[in-house]
Ligand binder design. Structure first.
Ligand code: AP5
Length: 217
């Protein structure tokens, strides 16, 4: 299956993407995670990307498109993949279409997780992330077994640098102006399925699973 996850920052794309990838055994490709890892490792890409991430702005299309193209060419993506955080602009969506055409494959579905802005703020302020393995928790909605410690790898949990309120506001603004038009883009191509992301995490996953099982059969 070839899946794209859409939705505003904090909607739960990463949380659901990890569960889907595990259930359907496809690689989860998160451009946000790839970029944060590059920043953490202080690579040339990371040095370039950090100024955008810290301001809540999008990294230039050509940089992200290059990253995604080379990742999608890897062997483990041959039978399917789940893109989380890409595409984020109409240009990126067109670039993905071109790539899929070159590879002679199609997208199966675009899952759009819908959550009201009022709920998003609470999700950002309570989010805790593992810098080592990328696992995500929430102090209220999905707390780790030991406060401040990652359940999966035992590393200390951190607050993402771009989760401060001013950067969050900018990210939401960028989503509205630049990424939200992709909802229409994929709706016109009859690929879009909306999912109510305001329900508890496991309920959202059950809804997504039903949709994906329909696509598979
Ligand atoms: P990225 O990492 O993609 O961030 P984002 O899209 O802003 O999304 P988030 O990771 O903030 O939220 P999410 O929807 O994954 O929610 P989560 O599951 O964590 O991008 C970061 C930056 O990288 C961008 O700003 C940009 O600079 C750059 N970038 C990335 N891709 C790019 C691209 N293609 N082009 C250009 N630049 C790019 O959930 C949030 C919290 O809520 C968690 O604590 C979670 O536990 C909790 N939660 C989740 N679901 C629920 C639920 N149903 N109920 C209650 N709590 C929930």
């Amino acid at each position: 299956m070839r899946i794209v996850m859409l939705g505003p920052p904090g909607a739960g794309k990463g949380t659901q993407a990890k569960k889907i990838a595990e259930e359907f055994k496809i690689p989860h490709i998160s451009t946000g995670e790839i970029l944060r890892k590059a920043v953490q490792d202080n690579t040339p890409l990371g040095k370039k990307a950090s100024e955008y991430l810290d301001k809540g702005l999008l990294v230039p299309d050509e940089i992200v498109e290059g990253i995604v193209r080379s990742r999608l060419k890897m062997h483990d993506c041959a039978a399917g993949f789940l893109l989380d955080g890409f595409p984020r602009t109409v240009r990126q969506a067109e670039n993905l279409d071109e790539f899929l055409k070159e590879e002679n494959v199609n997208l199966d579905i675009v899952i759009n997780i819908q959550v009201e802005q009022r709920l998003l703020i609470e999700r950002f302020t309570g989010r805790r992330t593992c810098q080592k393995c990328g696992a995500t928790f929430h102090i209220k909605f999905s707390p780790p077994k030991t406060p401040g410690i990652c359940d999966k790898c035992g590393e200390k949990l951190i607050v993402r640098r771009d989760d401060d309120i001013e950067t969050v506001k900018k990210r939401l603004e960028v989503y509205e102006t630049t990424t939200a038009p992709l909802v229409d883009y994929y709706d016109r191509r009859k690929l879009l399925v909306n999912v109510d992301g305001s329900k508890p995490i496991d309920d959202v996953f059950e809804d997504i699973k039903k949709v994906l099982e329909g696509v598979k059969s």
